[in-house]
Design a binder for this molecule. Sequence first.
Ligand SMILES: C[S@@+](CC[C@H](N)C(=O)[O-])C[C@H]1O[C@@H](n2cnc3c(N)ncnc32)[C@H](O)[C@@H]1O
Length: 301
Amino acid sequence: MAPSRFSGIGESVTVLEIIQRSTDFLAKKGVDSPRLQIELLLAHALKIPRLNLYLDFERQLAETDIEVVRQMVKRRGHREPLQHITGSTSFCGLEIKVTPDVLVPRPETELLAERAWKFLNDRAPAGAEPPSALDFGTGSGCLAVAMAVHASAVRIWALDISEAALEVALQNAAFHHVSDRIQFVRGDGFDGLCVQPQFDLIVSNPPYVPSREIEALQPEVRDFDPRLALDGGADGLEFFRGFAAKAKNFLRPAGKLMLEFGDGQEAKLQKLLVENAWLVEAVGRDYSGRPRILVAQPGGS
Ligand SMILES: C[S@@+](CC[C@H](N)C(=O)[O-])C[C@H]1O[C@@H](n2cnc3c(N)ncnc32)[C@H](O)[C@@H]1O
């Protein structure tokens, strides 16, 4: 963005003017929902709720605020995700820190989190050992933290191959005061678990994008989400093969496996699980009605 679009010497700029000019700029850069994006950035810069902007359209912005917003809009114009610029996102109503080392948590994963904590809460037997869950590929820790916050008795293991991601997950757990119930483990898949604990639930949003499709993703995803968090191998199903073959060894009797999968992968994933003696119990849909979550338990033919 040319600096003159915001202010010249002695020129004052209002909230509404910045919104309008930046909306045009972001639209030209191909950013989705450009008006919403600038409103969120501006509200973040001014430290006010977004809707308060509407009460203050004629407010003249200070030079320092203009400069901060200009830099943010420039970054967004380069298709850097909003959440990388603001440094956090909301997941199940919780503020989750986000850095380039972790996948930006997605709204559909909230549906997985909700199913997971409901199962864990129902599972909690009074007076017995607390229920336990493994979050496989924890990334920012969004699933582990949401489960720990919403299922107060649960004990969680949060596994990731990326040390940098685990560092972010650790900070998110501390921020939400649940570090004492989450054990963070660095490891490569199930082989990374040096002992063989038994869980009531294994939950995962694994990498599931077919390798050759990564280049065609939106720049926000392709250029900014970690490749490790996206790449699901040649057909996108590599991690699901691992779950199908190994997850049962880590489940307690009547334990469950809950997985997020990619659009269009349902049939292949179901087949894979059934072939490996899993019983597919439910398939959940995302906000646009597409199948994206699968719940299974050991015991199919
Ligand atoms: C799609 S991201 C999910 C992050 C987070 N759970 C979420 O839902 O936003 C997948 C995560 O799996 C991790 N991962 C990739 N390969 C792995 C492996 N072999 N073992 C353990 N974790 C792995 C990545 O580092 C990444 O954090």
